[in-house]
Design a protein. Structure first.
Length: 345
C-alpha cells in the first residue's frame, strides 16, 4: 500500500494597514520610496505597498505582525525627528527583534546637537547607553570596533558641553602611532609632522561646528588638538577631554593621561582592541580595563558589531575577523597543549 502523501497546510495570510499621519509623506518614504526597499530587506516574505497616506503590509500572519511593529516604530521616530535613514531602519529592526521595540523611537530620536540642519544622535541602543554613560560619569571608556561612533559621539558631547558652558575648553588628543606602515621622516615643522596623526580629529571638529568658528576657537585655545605626549605635566580643569585611538597607548601613557584630570572636567577614552598598532602588543587600554573596572564614576561602554552605523557590510567584516581570530587562538592553544604533552613524555 503506497504511503500517504503529506500535505502541508499553507500559512494563514494577513493584511494590515498603517495610516501615515503626522509625517511629510514623500520625506518619510524617501527618494524612490527607499523606505519600502529597506523594509523589504528586513522582512523579505512580506509585501509592502504605499498608496497616498496608507501603508499596507501583506504576508504570513507572524511576519506581518512583526513588520507592523517595525513600521509603527519607524513612523514614531519620523514624527519625533523628522527623518528616517536606512541605518535607522536597521537599528529599529534589531531593537524590535531583541524585544526593545517600544523604546526604539525614544532611543534614536533625541539629538545631541544639530549641525547645518542635520541632527547628530545615537542610532543604536548601544550608542544611546554610551551617550547616557558620558552624561552620568566623569570618565568613560568607549570600546568597540570601527564604525560604532565612539569618537564621533564623544566629539558631539564635547561640543554640546562647550555650547552649554559646562566646560571652558575642549581638548582632543591621540597617540602618534603609525597604523602598520612606516612613513619615514616627514618634512616640515613639528606641526606639519604631527598633522597626519591628528587630521581625523580636526575633521571631526569641523563636521560638528560652523566652519568659520572653528579656526577662531583653535586660535584662542578653546579647542585644542594635540598629540598625547603634550599632555604630560598638565592639569586639565573645566575641560572636556577626548583621547582617541587609546588602544595605541602604553600602560604608562594611559596612567599619565588619566592623572591629568582636573576640577570640573570630563574624560572620554575611545579605542578598538582589535586594532593595536604598537610594536609590542601591550596596550594601555587593555591594562586599564582590568585596573579601573568597577571604580565609582568610571564607566566602560563596550559596543559590538550591532552598533556599527557605517555600511552594513562593515558589521559582517568585523564579525568575520572576530570569528577568524577566535579560531586562530583556539588552534594556537591546541598546538601549545600538544607541544607541552610531547615534552612531558
Amino acid at each position: 500500500m503506497p504511503a500517504a502523501t503529506g500535505h502541508t497546510r499553507p500559512e494563514p495570510q494577513l493584511e494590515r494597514t498603517v495610516t501615515l499621519t503626522g509625517v511629510e509623506l514623500s520625506s518619510f518614504l524617501g527618494y524612490r520610496d527607499q523606505l519600502l526597499t529597506d523594509l523589504a530587506a528586513q522582512h523579505p516574505s512580506v509585501v509592502f505597498n504605499a498608496r497616498k497616506d496608507v501603508l499596507s503590509i501583506r504576508g504570513e500572519t507572524d511576519a506581518v505582525r512583526a513588520a507592523e511593529e517595525l513600521v509603527r516604530e519607524i513612523l514614531e521616530l519620523a514624527r519625533r525627528s523628522g527623518t528616517v535613514s536606512s541605518t535607522d531602519v536597521r537599528s529599529i529592526a534589531r531593537m524590535v527583534r531583541d524585544g526593545n521595540g517600544p523604546r526604539a523611537a525614544m532611543t534614536l530620536s533625541e539629538p545631541i546637537l544639530t549641525v547645518r540642519g542635520n541632527a547628530v544622535r545615537p542610532q543604536t541602543q548601544g550608542q544611546r547607553e554610551y551617550v547616557e554613560a558620558i552624561d552620568n560619569n566623569t570618565v568613560v571608556f568607549g570600546i568597540g570596533p570601527a564604525g560604532t561612533g565612539k569618537t564621533y559621539l564623544a566629539m558631539a558631547k564635547a561640543v554640546q558641553a562647550l555650547q552649554r558652558r559646562e566646560v571652558s575648553k575642549i581638548v582632543l588628543t591621540r597617540p602618534a602611532v603609525e597604523a602598520g606602515e612606516r612613513l619615514g621622516y616627514l618634512p616640515g615643522s613639528l606641526e606639519d609632522k604631527i598633522d597626519p596623526y591628528l587630521r581625523p580629529l580636526f575633521d571631526a571638529v569641523g563636521s560638528m561646528m560652523d566652519q568659520d568658528l572653528v579656526p577662531k576657537l583653535l586660535a584662542s585655545g578653546t579647542i585644542e588638538v594635540a598629540p598625547l605626549a603634550y599632555m604630560r605635566g598638565r592639569t586639565l580643569n573645566e575641560a572636556f577631554v577626548v583621547l582617541d585611538e587609546a588602544q595605541n597607548t602604553t600602560p604608562e601613557q594611559m596612567k599619565m593621561f588619566l592623572t591629568r584630570l582636573g576640577y570640573g572636567s570630563k574624560m572620554v577614552i575611545t579605542g578598538d582592541m582589535t586594532q593595536v598598532d604598537l610594536p609590542v602588543k601591550h596596550s594601555g587600554l587593555r591594562v586599564v580595563s582590568g585596573i579601573l573596572r568597577g571604580v565609582d564614576d568610571i564607566h566602560f561602554s563596550e559596543m559590538t558589531a550591532d552598533d556599527i552605523v557605517r555600511h552594513s557590510l562593515v558589521g559582517r567584516i568585523v564579525d568575520a575577523y572576530a570569528a577568524y581570530d577566535e579560531h586562530t587562538a583556539t588552534r594556537r592553544s591546541q598546538t601549545d597543549s600538544t607541544t607541552e604533552g610531547k615534552r612531558d613524555r
